[in-house]
Design a protein around this ligand. Structure first.
Ligand code: MN
Length: 246
């Protein structure tokens, strides 16, 4: 099986090496990943700048671009036949709840799915023991291969600190996270203002079945995602709007 591995932390990150190790058990692995960190770049694609690709060896390519650029380039330039599985990660840090919309790790997996290839994003929420995630990644890939669903899968997988094992694998839904609504203003050496947004994470909403809660309780959260953002329930209700032609 042809497996494409990418990430958003950059090709030198420890997490992608652990993911490559796990992936090798399942087939031929090619790593096409950003040359520099691209965390929180989401599903961005570079349409206004050239993409430089450095071939490190026959299995590793560093791209000066986004995770989505990496998947796109791999599919249409590096591979002669498309990969059959796209794996993204292991991200250093959580990709839970609303945050998946910011995530470059998930962005790469979204691109894989849009190109019609089953894709899985992996993130480590606590600590940096990526090696301890490897057997769990293997189990997720095995399950995805053994029990296919009726269309290409897009999975978002988040690990707790796996150093002492995990309590199990649980189906999670995207929870809600709240950051402090802080815009921190600072001064540069010439007296000009600049800003840092985001601030610390202040609270999580306690939602049963949410990915956040699963990971907090020591489980591996597995969430199937879809890229169709249409709100079908509201769509139905809006059919009655005077604005809408019949
Ligand atoms: Mn990252």
């Amino acid at each position: 099986m042809r497996i494409l591995v990418t990430n958003d932390d950059g090709i030198q990150a420890a997490g992608i090496r652990a993911l490559e190790t796990a992936a090798r058990r399942f087939g031929d692995v090619t790593v096409v990943a950003p040359a520099n960190e691209q965390s929180s770049i989401g599903h961005a694609i570079s349409l206004r700048s050239p993409l430089r690709v450095q071939r490190l060896d026959e299995r590793h390519y560093a791209v000066v671009g986004t995770p989505t650029d990496c998947v796109y380039l791999a599919m249409h330039r590096i591979y002669s036949e498309p990969p059959q599985l796209v794996l993204s990660g292991i991200n250093h840090g959580a990709n839970l709840g609303d945050d998946v919309t910011y995530s470059g790790t998930v962005g790469a997996a979204i691109e894989g799915l849009i190109q019609g290839v089953p894709s899985i994003a992996f993130s480590l929420c606590r600590g940096s023991n990526f090696d301890a995630c490897v057997p769990h990644i293997e189990r997720v890939i095995e399950a995805a291969l053994d029990e296919p669903v009726d269309r290409p899968l897009l999975l978002n997988v988040n690990f707790p600190d796996c150093s002492d094992g995990v309590t199990g694998f649980f189906l999670g839904s995207l929870g809600r996270r709240h950051y402090g609504k802080i815009v921190d203003e600072r001064k540069d050496p010439r007296g000009g203002s600049y800003f840092w947004i985001g601030g610390p994470l202040v609270k999580h909403r306690e939602e049963p079945g949410s990915d956040e809660l699963i990971v907090r309780q020591g489980g591996v959260s597995v969430t199937p995602l879809t890229v169709d953002l249409t709100d079908y329930r509201t769509w139905q209700k809006m059919q009655g709007w005077k604005l809408i032609s019949s």
